[in-house]
Design a protein around this ligand. Structure first.
Ligand SMILES: [Zn+2]
Length: 84
C-alpha cells in the first residue's frame, strides 16, 4: 500500500524570487504555480527542500512540536484555484 502519496501529502520549498517558504500538495510536483507571496512563477519540486517544514532534517534530529509549529506558521500554502 502506498500511504506516502495521498491528498494530504505536501511538498515544501522556498520561492527563489522572494524566499518565502511555500507548501503545495504533492500532486502539484513538477507543475508551475504562482508564488502566493510575490506572484512569481515557480516550479514545484518533486521533493521537499531540506530545512523546510516537510523537508528532511539535515541535523537528523527530530524537531520538537514547537519547532514544527513555528515552521508551519511561516509557511504559506498554495491556494488551489479552479484552473487545476
Ligand atoms: Zn515568491
Amino acid at each position: 500500500m502506498c500511504a506516502q502519496v495521498d491528498a494530504t501529502t505536501f511538498l515544501s520549498f522556498v520561492c527563489k524570487a522572494c524566499h518565502q517558504e511555500i507548501e503545495a500538495p504533492v500532486w502539484m510536483a513538477k507543475r508551475e504555480a504562482e508564488c502566493p507571496a510575490c506572484g512569481a512563477m515557480i516550479e514545484v519540486p518533486e521533493t521537499s527542500e531540506p530545512g523546510t517544514v516537510w523537508g528532511a532534517n539535515e541535523a537528523a534530529l527530530q524537531p520538537t512540536k514547537a519547532q514544527v509549529d513555528a515552521m508551519k506558521s511561516r509557511t504559506i500554502r498554495i491556494e488551489l484555484s479552479d484552473q487545476w
